[in-house]
Design a protein around this ligand. Structure first.
Ligand code: FPP
Length: 243
């Protein structure tokens, strides 16, 4: 990985966001139920989080459940919710010991109170960690996030806390779930689909994208490394012209 001439960190992406797709197909190829693939997918998360510091990735955001995923069968939705509860209970200590700060984004209203409690406790347990910032998008949709943010912003205007003429590109992000997080530099989607599926719509305006064929349960730290390296060789101009 080439070094950033201005720091000791590799010149890779600081914030990587991942659409973890392909669990169902991975399971199907093995003649197993879709949830088997989700469990295999959950096991990949640890390796990827742990690899982040090696590639200078300080922020990792992963798409675990979208606002559209409720349309799946009741068995799959219930299985995923139970997987999230088990994942948080089982991984909390290891994540904390690894110095990972965990945050959740998405709308919590539809989530089970037991799951919300676990999410709150994991956020609280890891709140002083700084090595890697892991954000898990759960019941998350980019449009839903912008709509909820706009509602809160409109309420502040109605309450006289904000003037309409003061609303600009700096104001709205303060109301988004991602608040303190930097925008993603690199968005990866596994499983060969080239769509962003309502993920970080506002935040990814200038992100680079990598659509790769690997199914999420086969994704490895080495592949993350390869993509980070590729990112270091890209020329990002943010709409400007290089002089
Ligand atoms: C998309 O694959 C994947 C999901 C909807 C769930 C993502 C969840 C995990 C990777 C597991 C748990 C994560 C955490 C944080 C514990 P798909 O089912 O759409 O696959 P397909 O397109 O092959 O059907």
């Amino acid at each position: 990985m080439p070094k950033d001439p201005h720091s000791d960190l590799p010149a890779g992406p600081r914030h990587v966001a991942i659409i973890m797709d392909g669990n169902g197909r991975w399971a199907q190829a093995r003649g197993r139920p879709r949830l088997f693939g989700h469990h295999a997918g959950a096991r990949r998360v640890r390796e990827v989080v742990e690899a982040c510091p090696d590639y200078g990735v300080k922020y990792l955001t992963i798409f675990a459940f979208s606002t559209e995923n409720w349309k799946r069968t009741q068995v799959e939705v219930a299985g995923l919710m139970s997987l999230f509860r088990r994942y948080i209970s089982k991984e909390a200590r290891a994540l904390d010991e690894e110095g990972v700060r965990v945050r959740f984004i998405g709308d919590r209203v539809r989530l089970d109170p037991k799951l919300i409690k676990l999410m709150d406790s994991l956020e609280d347990l890891t709140k002083n960690n700084e090595k890697v910032h892991l954000t898990i998008a759960l019941n998350y949709g980019g449009r839903d996030e912008v709509a909820r943010a706009t509602k809160r912003l409109a309420q502040d205007v109605a309450d006289g806390k904000l003037l309409p003429e003061d609303v600009d590109e700096e104001t709205l992000p303060k109301y988004l779930d991602t608040q303190v997080l930097p925008d993603p530099d690199l968005v990866i989607r596994t499983s060969g689909e080239a769509r962003i599926s309502n993920f970080l719509l506002w935040q990814s305006a200038y992100s680079e994208y990598e659509f790769i064929d690997t199914l999420w349960p086969d994704f490895t730290a080495a592949e993350l490394g390869r993509l980070c390296q590729g990112f270091g060789n890209r020329d990002r101009r943010f709409g400007a012209v290089k002089i």
